[in-house]
Design a protein around this ligand. Structure first.
Ligand code: GTP
Ligand code: MG
Length: 213
């Protein structure tokens, strides 16, 4: 590792151990905060573990609300990282929840698509993929939209504690192979478990790298 990379992982560790605070919930685009600092968004299917990963990254369990019931997060939830403010994390509502009422699906499409496509301060979107399932067609639709909008994104495997090591290696390889076909995707996939803390330090560094890019 170079000195520069060491320095970044240490700075990322300190930043995520320091002041982090909930800023606001935005139910519609007109409620977004003024675009002053870089933003990093968490996207993915309902129940994939977005809110849990945000909590694991920040080491604060109750920060983002999690739930066993899909569809828990319905707004864009903003979190300020650093004091003075360095960047913002955005926890998004999940997509692809089969039982979601039609109006909820529609709301997601408008809110999230418009946010992802139109937000100049959005530095990177983390697209979370469940390690048990790999990339699904509903994810592919979102990846295609991000490619077209030229939004830089990175795939992150979640719930790695729920699969055997051999299956995890296979889904990791398959997910990376698919990521490499997408122009706006980072070619490397980070494997995480919010439950076990796996991959969390690497993801902190990757977030800071995106913020500083
Ligand atoms: N075993 C295990 N369970 C996890 C992990 N991450 C999340 N979960 C569980 O998965 C469920 C959904 O987690 P959330 O973080 O609420 O998922 P979400 O993607 O924010 O869901 P929505 O807001 O509904 O889109 C909860 O029951 C979590 O406890 C993990 O790394 N390992
Ligand atoms: Mg959530």
């Amino acid at each position: 590792m170079t000195d520069g990379a060491d320095d970044r992982s240490e700075r990322a560790r300190k930043l995520f151990a320091g002041p982090i605070a909930f800023l606001k919930s935005a139910p519609a685009l007109q409620h977004l905060p003024a675009p002053g600092v870089p933003e990093i968004a968490f996207a993915g299917r309902s129940n994939v573990g977005k809110s849990s990963l945000l909590n694991a990254l920040t080491g604060r369990n109750g920060l983002a609300r999690t739930s066993v019931t899909p569809g828990r997060t319905q707004e864009l939830n903003y979190f300020d990282v650093g004091s003075p403010l360095v960047f913002r994390l955005v926890d998004m509502p999940g997509y692809g929840f089969a039982k979601a009422p039609k109006d909820v699906v529609k709301k997601w499409r408008f809110l999230v698509n418009d946010y992802l496509r139109g937000r100049a301060v959005l530095k990177r979107t983390l697209v979370l993929i469940d390690s048990r399932h790999g990339i699904k067609d509903v994810d592919r639709e979102v990846l295609a939209m991000l490619d077209v909008a030229a939004v830089s994104y990175r795939l992150v495997l979640t719930k790695a504690d729920k699969v055997k090591a051999s299956d995890l290696a296979a889904v990791h390889a398959a997910t990376e192979a698919e990521a490499r076909k997408h122009p706006a995707a980072h070619p490397e996939v980070i494997v995480t478990s919010s439950e076990k803390g796996m991959g969390i330090a690497d993801l902190r560094t990757a977030v800071l790298e995106a913020v500083e890019s």
